[in-house]
Each structure stands twice: as structure tokens, then as C-alpha cells.
Design a protein around this ligand. Sequence first.
Ligand code: XMP
Length: 506
Amino acid sequence: LVIVLDFGGQYNQLIARRVRECGVYCEILPYKTKLSELAAKEPKGIILTGGPNSVYDETSPTYSKELFSLGVPVLGICYGCQLMAHLLGGTVSHAETREYGKTDLTLLNSPLFTGIEKNTSCWMSHTDYIEKIPEGFSVCAKTNGCPVAAMENRDRKLYGVQFHPEVLHTPRGTKMFKNFLMEVCHLSGDWTMSGYAKEAIASLREKIGGKKVLCALSGGVDSSVAAVLIHKAVGKQLTCIFVDHGLLRKNEGDEVEEIFRRQYDINLIRVNAQDRFLNKLAGVTEPEMKRKIIGEEFIRVFEDEAKKIGSVDFLVQGTIYPDVVESGAGDAAVIKSHHNVGALPDVVDFKEIIEPLRSLFKDEVRKLGLELGIPDHLVWRQPFPGPGLAVRIIGDITKEKVSILQDADLIFREEIAKAGLDRDIHQYFAVLTNMRSVGVMGDGRTYDYTLALRGVTTQDFMTADWARIPYDVLEKVSSRIINEVKSINRIVYDITSKPPATIEWE
Ligand code: XMP
């Protein structure tokens, strides 16, 4: 185990990702974690992250100096490096100018830089700098603007870099992590997903024993992987409830049932609540209202089913690592109230929550899914909002509109897949506007709906760019939809990024 001690830097999750890519398991802990607590985990290495503060300010995050006397190798990055210098008797000062961006880097001899060419480059982002290194340390890298770009104390296995090896703009950064983990910490780098899966199954089996587990299945990646993992551990002790609100994509409800009930033989309760949801939504046009109604109704339906089952020992939550480590966004404005199965605990009679994915990043959840034999298309499924097609039908929702949108959306997805673009465009879907316009088909006048297509590329879904879908693909989609789906006579493509637009239309 390697511990990444978090001092509030923006790339901290990236550091953890790099470490895991080197085949070493790591966890991020807040800098407020007590030294005794940290030491009790018996880490083989510790990484101190960057952060926005200045080490010499009284109020800045700091740590007990004894950390450096544990005998465990430490790598400080940016703020972490400055903190190491500061706590061990060096001097950190404020520079006149900020060093920012890709910078030429000259390496000296150090275990950290084994196998890396002497002249390379790195990503810098700092204003403070190390003016004087602590006693016992030596400088092992420099840039034009930064005399101490890296420092080391080999005897004590303490290393610090002023730059950011975790970002791709430091081309040899991953090698530096590898060097720290293999050469300095003497780790073997044999953490793999298949090993992880075996261990997770064994520890779930032990934890659950002969008890009952309940899981809300949405058909999304996280809840699917969680369900299959638990099923592998305890089989029929697991019951999944799948609420089909009728606002899923075409055939999706049946596919979920097919995979989980037939293929895995999981105890699956599919609640066909289509009419219940449509009745509640009748005549509602306001987006937040739609979201609230669906979120609440989902809970009611789930509650009704859970009551029939009675008391269970464990309720599964599909929490993944970014949810665990993300520091709360404070008082950020509510743009949309998200609906997901996280709101269930209150309505289920359970003793404990179980979160089998809480230490994994999204791409690791996918890898685990493949490892467990979940079909490719489910593992790579693009995100789908909890309220489903309700937020992709502008205006009031009717059975007929849902069916029109399902048909159009399916054609769009088919053509994107045929063009081999389904992994490059991170999310793509159709939106049924409530606008009608005049067209001509055959010899007749039409007055039908306008359908909007949306496709985005994004890293984290917080910001996104509209996807440059080739014209010939758009043309094919447009002509197929107009020909095959009734009630649509015009198609537009959404070319707004996020911000200012959001990905979904409502
Ligand atoms: P927006 O539209 O806010 O969407 O740019 C960002 C991402 O979140 C998805 N989304 C949701 N996911 N419950 C979810 O689990 C929801 O209520 C919800 N609403 C939007 C959206 O599809 C996009 O990937």
C-alpha cells in the first residue's frame, strides 16, 4: 500500500491513478489524518501532493515532522516538496514571478531519474520556491527559473520534486513514479484487476457470511459491476431490484433483465412501473419538476418492493472512489437536481451499507467488469441520467413521445456504432423538442416535431465540447430517422459546448 497524502492540489486523483497504473495499490488520505493512523496502515511509500497554499503561512496545511522519521520513503510533489523542505529546516520563499507551464528540465544523477535522459521537460505551476534545501539533502534537478526542481536525501529515502510528474505534460513522469515505487520503495508492481477481483470476492464473502443483501440495479456500469461482484461472492443471498420507469432507451429494460436474470441467474425483481411514472408526469413541463417527481416516485416504488422483502442485512451502494475523495463543492449553485440510487437508505430496512467499488476509479470499475465477464457493451455503456428520457423530451411527456424518441435514439446509436465512433464520442443521444415545423414529404405538407442530436467529448462531464461528427454520418442518421420514425420531419445538431450549455437539455 502507498498513501497519497492530500494537501488540496487539483491533480491529486491523477497521482493516485499514476501509482495504480504502475501496478501499486494506493489510497488518498486527507492531510488531517493522524500520524499514528497513517503509520498503522504500514504503507510502503508516502506521496505528499501539491496544494494551493504557502508553507510559511501559519494557517496552511502542514504535517508532523515525524512523518519523515518513519523510515518509509516519501515523495513530495510541489507543495509537498516545499513542505518537506520547510519542516526539515530548509527555506521556502515567495518568487517574483510564477513559473507556469511546460519547462525544460535538467536531471542530475538520482534513483528517481534512473533510465531517463538528462535533458527532458516537465510541467511547472508554482510561485513559491525552495531557496535553501535542508541539511543532508542535495539538488537533483533544475530548470532555468528554479534552482531546486528536485531534491533528495538518499539515506533517509526522502525525495521531492517541484514540478508535477503526474500530468501528461511531464512526458517522463510515469517513469519517475515507477522509479520511486520500484527502486526506492522496492514494490513489485503486481497489483492487477484479476487479483483485485479475487480478493474482493473473498472479502465480501467473509463480510456477508450467510446474510441477505439488497441492490438497486439501474443498468448503469457501477450498479451492474457491484451486483455481479456480490453475486460471485454470495450468489442467491443477493436480490436486485430494477425499477423500469418506462423512460429507458429502446429495449434497455429487457436487456438488463436478460443479462442479469438469464446470464447470471441473479435474483432479479423487475418492477414495471411505466404507467405509474407516466401518470405522475402527465402535463408536467418544468424540468426540475420532472426530475423531482421521478426521483420521489423511484423511491416510493423501491420502498414498496423493499417492504415485500422485509429486513435485509446489507444495502449495496455503487459509490466509486471519486465520490469518496472529492471534497464537497461547498455552496455551489444547484444547476440540476441529480437523481441516482444513492438516496435510498431511508426507505430500506437494512443494517449496514456495503460499497464494493469504493476504492476504484471509473476506468478501474470498467476493467473489473470485463474481468467478471460482463458484456463489453454494458461495461462501456455511456452515462445515462437517472430520470432517463424524461429530460430529453422537452415539454410534457406522453407514451407516444417516449416511443418516438426511443426509435430515433436507437437509429442514432446504431449509426454512430457503425461508423466506429462509439468510444470516441463520450455521450451521444437524441432529444425530442416540442417544436413543430412545416415540411414536405412526397407531395404532401407535414407539420411535425424537430429532433435534436447531441454528441459531446469530455473528460469528466463537468465541461464538454460538442463532437465533430462527420457530415456523412449525420446525413445517414438524418435520412434514416426521417424515413423510419413517424412524426419527425426535421433534424438539427447541437453545436454548443458546456458551459454555457449543459450536456442534457433539461
Ligand atoms: P449535465 O446535463 O448536467 O450532465 O451537463 C452531466 C452528466 O450527468 C448526467 N446526468 C445525470 N446522471 N442522474 C445521473 O446519474 C441525473 O439525474 C443526471 N442528470 C444528468 C448527464 O447525462 C451527463 O453525463
